[in-house]
Design a protein around this ligand. Structure first.
Ligand code: GCB
Length: 600
């Protein structure tokens, strides 16, 4: 799905801002549907509060029942559309993401429904719009997670009224981050001509000094009898035409002589180099950035442009004070500055697809990305039935369709820490992984992230790269750093004896309260985090020249979780605080990663 943009044939406007908002606190949570709140202004059916878009609604007020709310939340705003948009075009209403199920009405008419957070959805709303007066968009968003949503969850009711108040329920989740909800990213209105470019797929290859670019477009609307005329030109970063093609077909191969390749940080001077392809299809113009690079996996290497790539990275979250998972340009720019400061060359979008604006920064700044689906917490049989499988595949398709042209995306991760030792996991994940492979035109490697020991895992056989999360001397043998060497090495050897595939340690980390100190080090202190990471580094350094192709600290920054006995206002395994200030271990990682980047 193409990201909205302005061009000679397209216009856009963003509907972000302060919207009207009401959470449906009725016991059944269905009052809004029973009373049809979308048929008139939200303020006519009851009190409304101000709610920023984009943002999670949870931390905006001082109301605990809204912070922990589960159910339908209602948003509404007015907007105007200029009469010059009233003919000869499509007008698309697009949500870059809303968590989790959404129903959208324009002027009381339902225009779309979507299941799943973290990914865009859109619909042509031309027929529902007024061009000579105000328009109203109403959105109902439900954050309830069930055994078949992604991530899965479960609502547990307590009916013993001697112990629990009437109507008491909790949402049980097998994931270690706060289930922030709301309209998390931009809301757009954008236009296209009635005959329009629906999608562009760019595949690149390298032949000597030439870049080979295969560009396929799919089109929509009233397609002319002939295939329509397609003109494709590629521009370098200075805006000079470097190649072009004019044909009647929707596939063009163009050759860029002396191509500048896309490289991740540390591998070459041309970090994050991108070209732009301009497609003109019967007057509809769209500009798509792309990078020329190849990705391959061998028995023990991860190759980018045929050179061994070693990932020195972090896993992240979309998470910050006040806005929760809401997109914020200051935050994401600061995050990329801190990634560069740390010397990071790779991130994992744990545990869901991140905002497209984040992905664009990764493309531009040469930060490789392991693009992860929201398949986190798949622990039970009820999460691996036919309905879950169908939805999981749909989500993978949506994700690939959104991110397939991104040079930064070097691998797809279909899930984090599923019960890959259970008897239903193998057939479920075989199917999801095969589907993912078949959907990606660029055939990137596919993985899932495992926390299961090599003796019990049943899914690693289907992946291209073994990704493992390990917490020796934290959850296992807490405080005993002397076990790390033995236990990590045992796991490496175990997986290698089963599968000749490269390994990435996608998580290892220790909760650390900033400002807490002890010598000798003690769990939760800044010193322990340093000692802990360094103990792992010794094992990584042994395996690095052999089969280990990456190490990723859990986590870039502290982040919010649900309340629980293991979490002191959130997960504190960040190298940075939630406000993005470095803990002591951040300097250790910075020294290590910059040395790795310069090949020392
Ligand atoms: C994990 C999970 C991650 C948690 C982390 C932790 O294995 O993948 O979501 O936050 O451990 O800190 O427990």
């Amino acid at each position: 799905m193409l990201y909205p943009q302005d061009s000679e044939s397209r216009e856009s406007k963003i509907l972000d801002g302060i919207w009207h908002f009401r959470a449906d606190m009725s016991p059944s949570r269905t009052r809004g549907f029973n009373e049809k709140w979308w048929t008139k202004s939200l303020s006519e059916s009851g009190p409304v509060i101000d709610m920023p878009v984009p943002a999670s609604y949870n931390d905006i007020t001082e109301d605990k029942s809204l912070r922990d709310f589960v159910g339908w939340a209602w948003y509404e705003r007015q907007f105007y559309v200029s009469p010059h948009w009233s003919s000869n075009r499509r007008i698309i209403l697009r949500f870059d993401s809303a968590h989790y199920n959404s129903v959208v009405w324009v002027n009381g008419k339902q225009v779309m429904e979507h299941n799943g957070g973290h990914l865009p959805f859109e619909s042509d709303v031309f027929g529902a719009l007024n061009f000579d007066g105000p328009n109203r968009v109403t959105v109902a968003v439900n954050n309830t997670l069930t055994p078949t949503t992604l991530p899965p969850g479960e609502i547990i009711y307590q009916t013993d009224t001697s112990k629990y108040p009437k109507g008491y329920f909790t949402q049980e989740l097998q994931m270690d981050f706060f289930n922030y909800a709301g309209i998390h990213r931009h809301v757009w209105l954008y236009t296209t001509p009635v005959t329009y470019i629906d999608d562009i797929t760019i595949l690149t290859d390298i032949e000597g000094s030439k870049g080979l670019v295969n560009c396929t477009i799919t089109v929509g609307g009233k397609v002319p009898d002939t295939d329509g005329s397609v003109r494709v030109s590629a521009f370098d970063s200075a805006g000079r035409v470097v190649a072009s093609s004019s044909s009647l077909s929707s596939t063009s191969i163009i050759v860029i002589p002396n191509a500048t390749l896309w490289w991740p940080y540390g591998m070459n001077e041309t970090v994050g180099h991108q070209y732009t392809i301009m497609v003109n299809y019967t007057g509809d113009v769209y500009r798509q950035k792309f990078g020329i690079r190849t990705v391959q996996v061998t028995e023990d290497k991860f190759l980018i442009n045929k050179k061994p790539f070693y990932c020195h990275g972090v896993a992240k979250h979309e998470d910050s004070d006040i806005r929760g998972k809401g997109l914020d340009y200051s935050l994401i720019t600061k995050d990329f500055n801190m990634l560069r400061w740390l010397g990071v060359n790779c991130i994992r979008t744990s545990h869901y697809p991140y905002a497209e604006e984040i992905m664009s920064l990764a493309d531009q700044q040469g930060v490789a990305v392991i693009d992860e689906s929201p398949g986190v917490g798949i622990k039970h049989k009820s999460n691996m039935g036919p309905e879950s499988l169908k939805h999981h595949k749909e989500v993978m398709s949506e994700m690939i369709r959104r991110d397939k042209n991104r040079p930064s995306v070097i691998m797809w991760s279909v899930a984090n820490e599923p019960a890959s030792d259970s008897s239903f996991a193998a057939s479920y994940f075989k199917s999801v992984i095969e589907h993912t492979r078949s959907e990606d035109p660029a055939k990137r490697p596919v993985t899932f992230v495992s926390d299961v020991v090599f003796e019990k895992d049943t899914v690693v056989q289907f992946v291209d790269v073994v990704c493992m999360n390990r917490y020796y001397a934290w959850y296992h043998d807490p405080g005993h750093l002397e076990v790390v060497h033995l236990q990590l090495q045992r796991e490496f050897e175990g997986f290698r004896s089963k599968q000749k595939k490269p390994i990435i340690v996608t998580e290892y980390g220790a909760d650390t309260v900033p400002g807490l100190h002890r010598e000798p080090s003690f769990m939760f202190t800044e010193e322990y985090q340093v000692d802990f990471l360094q103990e792992y580094h010794k094992v990584f350094d042994d395996a690095r020249q052999k089969f280990l192709v990456g190490e990723m600290v859990w986590n870039f920054a502290d982040f919010m979780t649900v309340q629980g006995t293991k979490r002191v206002v959130g997960n504190k395994k960040g190298l940075l605080t939630r406000q993005r200030q470095p803990k002591r271990a951040a300097f250790t990682i910075r020294d290590r990663y910059h040395a790795l980047a310069t090949g020392q």
